[in-house]
Design a binder for this molecule. Structure first.
Ligand code: HEC
Length: 101
């Protein structure tokens, strides 16, 4: 047999065996990372809940009734920086404060 034929036979054997091994492997019980599950079931905190948590850290959380809507807009800008909150977090808190005053 010529060398080129030998190489071809070996190559065919390698590809067939490899294909069989890959074909038999199952992905049914593939591991699901715990973080994926957490994200799936993540319950978003409400503005009221975040107000209770974030705005109580440094001082007593002010009551929504303490200020009017215009004041809350300014305070939200100010306290977002102090409390290091994300834009969507302070937006929810602000909405809650304005809805309950
Ligand atoms: C990291 C600490 C910290 C957190 C968290 C914090 N505050 Fe403050 N807050 C302060 C300080 C300090 C002051 C006094 C004013 C100043 O020096 O900035 C203040 C003042 C205030 C005042 C008085 C008016 C003003 O703007 O100065 C209000 C109202 C207020 N905070 C509301 C809130 C609300 C609502 C939250 C939640 C989103 C919050 N704070 C979270 C530190 C904090």
């Amino acid at each position: 047999m010529k060398t080129i034929h030998k190489i071809l036979v070996v190559a065919v054997v390698i590809f067939t065996t490899g294909g069989m091994i890959v074909g038999c492997s199952s992905t049914k019980n593939a591991y699901t990372a715990a973080t994926d599950v957490q994200d799936e079931f993540k319950i978003e905190k409400s503005g009221a809940q975040m107000w209770g948590e974030a705005c109580n850290r440094c001082h007593l959380a002010p009551s929504p009734a303490d200020y009017n809507d215009t004041d809350w807009s300014t305070i939200a800008l100010h306290m977002r920086v102090r409390a290091n909150l994300a834009e969507n977090e302070i937006a929810k808190i602000e909405t809650f404060l304005k809805s309950a005053n």
